[in-house]
Ligand binder design. Structure first.
Ligand SMILES: O=C(O)CCC(=O)C(=O)O
Length: 278
């Protein structure tokens, strides 16, 4: 068990006047099972056991807030600003989404990227493809510029820009081949994305859980045990927008699953400002 929770103990105190101080004990007849040494408490209604919950017990791991409904959801507010999600569960009609998924799966030049971690190089547990005029570096490995947008991707970008009012110049595509493909906790906060980037995330195929956790305050020393959490199931054809301070104040991931999952494609449209945001 977690050390902090193990230390939590039930504690309390006897309230009301002491045995000798108050009125005489009533003549209540005690059930035979009540031991004599408890008698004064049982017969004297002024002496109740008051449960005092220790501070550590009140600190519960919060249940995740599940967001499934269409609309704008402000998930936090801090000196960095409001962290805002906008969910469009049926942004693409399911029938249209079916043929789009097939095209994207077969026509995008997917590959497996090698990142560099503290223990050396490792392959990402998913396939990716980058579109944009500038390179994209994360996890100490760079994706080269690729201006050859597939026409379907250009059409989707235009549709998203029209509906959301935001414009995008780059796209990271992710293909989760099965339940063991995933993306680990991170924020989209690379310097070229500028402050408060808007990320538009469009999903096709199998529903996977998009999980978020709030970055802990300094006194937690990087411990996320009690961090606020948000879960958003991302279905076939759904669009999720992350806006405001979401990347500064939150992390997100798509975890591995323990049951079979069919493939899923996720397109994350962004705007890169290589020389800094104007
Ligand atoms: O697959 C997803 O929904 C999330 C992808 C993601 O976090 C990313 O590309 O940075």
């Amino acid at each position: 068990m977690d050390d902090k929770r193990q230390r939590a103990r039930v504690q309390g105190a006897w309230a009301g006047p002491a045995k000798s101080a108050s009125r005489p004990a009533s003549r209540t007849v005690l059930p035979a099972a009540v031991p004599q040494r408890w008698a004064s408490e049982v017969v004297n209604p002024d002496r109740r056991f008051v449960y005092e919950e220790p501070a550590e017990v009140t600190r519960r791991v919060p249940e995740p807030r599940v967001i499934e409904k269409d609309g704008t959801h402000d998930i936090s507010s801090s000196p960095s600003g409001v962290s805002r999600l906008r969910l469009f569960p049926r942004f693409i009609d399911p029938k249209e989404a079916n043929w789009m998924f097939e095209q994207l799966q077969h026509e995008i030049p997917w590959s497996q990227k090698t990142n560099v971690g503290l223990d050396g190089p490792y392959q990402e547990p998913r396939l990716t493809c980058w579109f944009g005029e500038v390179p994209y570096t994360y996890s100490r490995s760079t994706m080269q510029p690729n201006p050859h947008w597939h026409p379907l991707l250009t059409m989707l970008k235009d549709r998203i820009e029209e509906v959301t009012g935001h414009s995008f110049n780059s796209l990271l595509c992710n293909l989760y081949r099965h339940d063991k493909d995933s993306i680990d906790w991170h924020s989209d906060d690379e310097p070229d994305l500028g402050k408060n980037p808007v990320i538009a995330s469009l999903s096709f195929g199998e529903t996977r859980m998009f999980q978020m956790r709030k970055k802990p305050p300094p006194e937690e020393h990087g411990d996320y045990t009690y961090a606020e959490r948000v879960h958003v199931p991302l279905d076939h054809g759904s669009l999720l927008l992350m806006e405001g301070a979401t990347q500064e104040d939150w992390q997100h991931r798509v975890p591995k699953e323990y049951h079979d999952r069919r493939p899923r494609i996720n397109l994350t449209f962004r705007t890169m400002f290589p020389g800094g945001k104007p």
